[in-house]
Design a binder for this molecule. Sequence first.
Ligand code: ASP
Length: 593
Amino acid sequence: MSLRTHTCGELRASHIDQPATLAGWVENRRDHGGVFFIDIRDRYGVTQVVFNPGTDAHKRASEVGPEYCIHVAGMVRRRPDGTVNKERGTGEIEVVAQSLEILNASKTPPFEIVDRIDTAPELRMKYRYLDLRRRPMQRALVARAEFCRALRNHLASQQFVEVETPMLTKATPEGARDYLVPSRVHAGHFYALPQSPQIFKQILMIAGMDRYFQVARCLRDEDLRADRQPEFTQIDLEMSFVEPEDVWAQVEGSISAGFAAAFGVDLQPPFPRIAYKEAMLKYGIDKPDLRFGMQFVDLTDYSKSCNFKVFREAADSAGLVGGGIVRGVNAKGAGGWSRKEIDALSTFAQEHGGKGVAWLRVVESGLDGSIAKFFSDGEKVTIREMLAGQPGDLLLFGAGDETTVNGVMGPLRHHLGDKLGLRKFGTFKCAWIRDFPMFERNTKTGAIEPTNHPFTSPTESDLNRLTEKLQNDPLSLGGRGYDLVMNGWELGSGSIRIHRRDMQERIFEFLGLKREEYEAKFGFLLEALEYGAPPHGGFAYGVDRTIALGLGLDSLRDAVAFPKTSAAADPMTGAPSPVSDEQLRDVHIRTIE
Ligand code: ASP
């Protein structure tokens, strides 16, 4: 027999005058003139239990403290007038205790089990079982499960087959460092934990599975930026005989089903499709937040003949390699910001690789601000018109090489949106960013790298010019990659893949891989491509990020049951930790520190 008749979230007015037994944790105990009130909590809710003085139950209740695990039996009664708690499902009733049993005492928790805490993340992770008792954390785990269940149902209804791909595998190509697992049987050999199921899902297409998906765990050993996890979960899918639109429709359907089930939100598919170039032009970034407008105005052409040298020089080099652009944006209503606030925007620009940000205030008499003196009266009128400036607006400008200007202006637009309260939680705007270039230049190393990964196919229109483009202007080569963005975040990416060996080899070679190298790493895929590989494409997006966005969580960690710190450690289990010499010997490893 169960230890309880009801959960702590279940009792309603309809249960009045019935007996009930509950089990859960002591949320708090209050003493009202000798009568004790205990709020007992479980995953489903909280119920108020009353202990009258002089009873045995009252005596036991005097012994309990916060987070004790208890069992209570009693009678349900209506709460006295004026004490009904409308916030709570069980707020109309209370249970008058006849007995209380302590199932397990609790040490004093290192932090309070309440909805809002600002305890250090490490401490919360060390006592994760206590942190997970908190309602927002339980809500997140439940929402996550709901999301995945709805998504699975949807994809199953579309003939997708859920297939598990191996965890012990070979290096995969997502560009991060691999987590390695030494082999005991093969001395000196290592497995890599998967950075993604990419190659396996392509092989499943060659195997004729047609439609695959997986709620896939991915592991990437990167230097952790704030709020990135070394292991994370992706919804990973792949389809045969498809165009990007087919993939997008399935992703839209499944993520919308997940969002509706987990958060009661209609994402309103189909999502807008925006070409990469258009996104860069209008928003300076390939993951624009579309909850607000504030699109950029391209002033490059105009600036070619303007008086302001900084703008003119940037515009003069437009179109050349590394050439300049001039962009303006109207921060509507920000004209009243203090000098300090505006100066802080320049600091923001510097943090994003720029020198600063030029600005003009729109006032009744025209334009005002540090760069106003560089423009003629006529130019001021034109600029104001181009940016649709009204008194009270703040106009901001970026001029210089394209990468730097976009590097500043894209994030700046989001920052302005934050400051102006335009990025409020509760609205969800998705878009597909399409037509990414095949390659991009790594700004740190200068190397040309695949924008997504080396299995992405070039666009059909560029196929007949492939040799010429690879040789002369690889950065102009169009690719069949796409991203899904939501509210200024990249949720995931995918592409139509290369399905012919010769093409795949050319891309590897272009990327500087020697034949022996790519044979050793990806030879099995190249060989598989020779056995009637069908055209195919797919997509993957992060569950942790999706859940965090859906719930408005501050940190990705709150969407994960057992996350790691920013140093990739787990304070609860103590992982990673040293192992015995014997274990090391088993796997043929000697450490050097
Ligand atoms: N494997 C890719 C990633 O993990 C997604 C894809 O191309 O489908 O980013």
